[in-house]
Design a protein around this ligand. Structure first.
Ligand SMILES: Cc1cc2nc3c(=O)[nH]c(=O)nc-3n(C[C@H](O)[C@H](O)[C@H](O)COP(=O)(O)OP(=O)(O)OC[C@H]3O[C@@H](n4cnc5c(N)ncnc54)[C@H](O)[C@@H]3O)c2cc1C
Length: 542
């Protein structure tokens, strides 16, 4: 079966010397990037232009940023806008894009409208659909890296294998791409969903066909006319299944828990609309605001009044009833927890795909594999040629935490002990001058993560300004401050649908604590991160 566990992320075609169409073919959308500041149509989209890799690493930088997804690129842009140029962005892959570079599976798209799921300061008037496809979002990020002058800061193919706080020097010592450097401040934007979660299933390693994770799609694997098992029914699976169902001989969907699925109101953005967005920028800001306001009130239902979600649940029940006439299949697909407890999925073609004659939904997870036979926990056995693991990501035990060692050599993973915590989602006691982008309890169930990222970046800029203003070498979050912050989170979390909705989700750690989501409004988070409160930090002098 080969080394599926070790298979590297698909590399961006252009950086690997390939061509864009290979990639665009998977998602189906033509790639077209945003416009230049002067309004001229921009080049871009992955694959169109090749830029040289940045030269070697400096010995020391003021700021080292880990990761070149929305978080890392956003951090770089904000630093430059604040007049700071002494920084590098260390990215292990061969191109920028993070999530949107790695997830090349058929049908991959955002589930928050693109006008909102993009940087507020870098609108793209050319989004082709309300919910953009992966190639287009990837192209957007590639273009943003150019437009905001990040190329000279990027060090691609440079994996950070260690970041160690040197208390004597009051600096971080990093090992990146086999080279050492030091940094006053580290911003880790290594991604909340960048490491695939691979299930420990007996016999899987000996499966004789192709096995791959949805985020490491094997574009060489032939699916047409073959028997394919899809493991999982989360956000990736609902996008993959409708795309591959028409061409596979047989599709076996192994479902541990059904998801609540609402119709996705996707549409093509017309040429006149794009013209308006390009030439009347306030119109696009208004569209963004509309998207934002349509979603924001939902946080109240998630956090304080899960009962309200039952109204939306009725829409999902009707959607299911309309699409799935067979009562047995419908029962299998009906969740037994309150909507919102697990991520709400948006799709208008998932259920229609499931009722096709070449699809079988197995109402149990994958228990073991015997040769070519996949065997579910309920004993159902099916022979297949390919297994696609749509099994999600290591959201509560990020590997990066094992690579970052703070005061006393204690790693972040050790300090957390499987229970991630951070002050304002960003800083951790014992890890001076380390800022996490999308740290613990910053995720959202109802809106765009870019809003949260931008809030955190504002806080991090204030952090850096505080260092400059005070002449301190470092700031170290106070334990008491973190405890107070986390106590507030616990209080609000207790009544949330994630705690009361009757499900087990990837938001929860092994102890059942929700360490991933922010139990509040995006505005509440923005207020909490508007300024750094110096009383929450110990000052370390040089
Ligand atoms: C399929 C999918 C769809 C999604 N859709 C939405 C959506 O519609 N709306 C929404 O709000 N959110 C969505 N998300 C969540 C999404 O992850 C965030 O919105 C956002 O893209 C995270 O950006 P990031 O920069 O923090 O992380 P990432 O995009 O994951 O980027 C992290 C980067 O860090 C790099 N890296 C990691 N470790 C190292 C290391 N040791 N050294 C060097 N580099 C390293 C990775 O290679 C990667 O490039 C989706 C996630 C997935 C997986």
């Amino acid at each position: 079966m080969g080394d599926w566990r070790e298979r590297p992320a698909p590399r961006k075609a252009r950086d690997a010397g390939g061509t864009a169409p290979e990639r665009a073919g998977a998602g189906g959308a033509a790639v077209r990037g945003p416009v230049d500041a002067d309004g001229a149509a921009a080049r871009t989209g992955p694959g169109q232009a090749t830029k040289a890799h940045a030269p070697g690493l400096p010995r020391h930088v003021r700021v080292a940023i880990i990761g070149a997804g929305f978080g890392g690129l956003g951090a770089g842009i904000r630093l430059r806008q604040a007049g700071m140029t002494d920084f590098v962005i260390l990215e292990r892959a061969a191109s920028v894009g993070g999530t949107w570079r790695d997830n090349t599976y058929p049908g991959c798209a955002c589930d928050i409208p693109s006008h909102l799921y993009s940087f507020s300061f870098a609108p793209n008037p050319d989004w082709a659909h309300s919910f953009s496809r992966q190639p287009e979002i990837w192209g957007y990020l590639d273009d943003v890296a150019d437009r905001y002058g990040l190329r000279g800061h990027l060090r691609l193919g440079t994996e950070v294998t260690e970041a160690r706080w040197d208390s004597g020097l009051a600096r971080w010592r990093l090992r990146a791409g086999g080279v050492s450097l030091t940094a006053d401040v580290v911003i880790s934007a290594a991604g909340p969903l960048s490491e695939p979660r691979l299930p420990e299933v007996p016999g899987l390693a000996d499966f004789p066909g192709e096995v791959f994770h949805s985020a490491r799609w094997d574009h060489g694997a032939r699916l047409d006319g073959r028997r394919v098992a899809v493991v999982g029914t989360g956000a990736s699976a609902v996008q993959i299944v409708p795309e591959i169902q028409p061409t596979v001989a047989r599709l076996v969907l192994l479902q541990r828990t059904p998801a609540w699925v609402l119709p996705r109101r996707d549409r093509v953005i017309t040429t006149p609309e794009k013209w308006v967005y390009r030439h009347v920028p306030p119109a696009q800001r208004l569209a963004r605001l509309g998207n934002y306001l349509a979603r924001e009130p939902a946080f109240g239902a998630f956090v304080a009044r899960p009962g309200i979600l039952k109204a939306a649940q009725r829409i999902a029940v009707r959607n299911l009833a309309r699409s799935v006439p067979d009562p047995v299949l419908r029962a299998k697909l009906t969740p037994r927890y309150v909507m919102g407890c697990k991520r709400i999925l948006l799709s208008s073609d998932f259920y229609p795909a499931l009722v096709q004659p070449n699809v079988e939904v197995v109402g149990a997870g994958l228990a073991r594999v015997d040769g070519r036979t996949v065997i579910a926990a309920d004993g159902t056995a099916q022979d297949v040629d390919v297994i696609i693991l749509a099994t999600g990501f290591r959201a509560v035990d990020a590997p990066m935490a094992g690579r970052i060692a703070g005061t006393g050599g204690v790693t972040l993973a050790q300090a957390w002990g499987g229970d991630m915590r951070a002050l304002r989602g960003t800083t951790v006691p014992g890890f001076p001058n380390l800022c996490l982008v999308i740290g613990p309890n910053t995720g959202l169930g109802h809106s765009s993560m870019i809003h949260i990222i931008e809030s955190q970046l504002r806080y991090i800029l204030d952090y850096l300004a505080t260092l400059d203003r005070t002449g301190a070498a470092a700031l170290d979050a106070r334990r008491g401050a973190q405890e107070r912050w986390c106590a507030g989170i616990e209080r609000r979390m207790a009544s949330s649908v994630w705690a009361t909705g009757g499900c087990v989700s990837w938001y929860l750690n092994a102890a059942g604590r929700n360490t991933t989501l922010w139990p509040g409004s995006t505005l509440g988070f923005r207020r909490a991160t508007r300024h750094l409160d110096a009383s929450e930090y110990d000052v370390i002098t040089a």
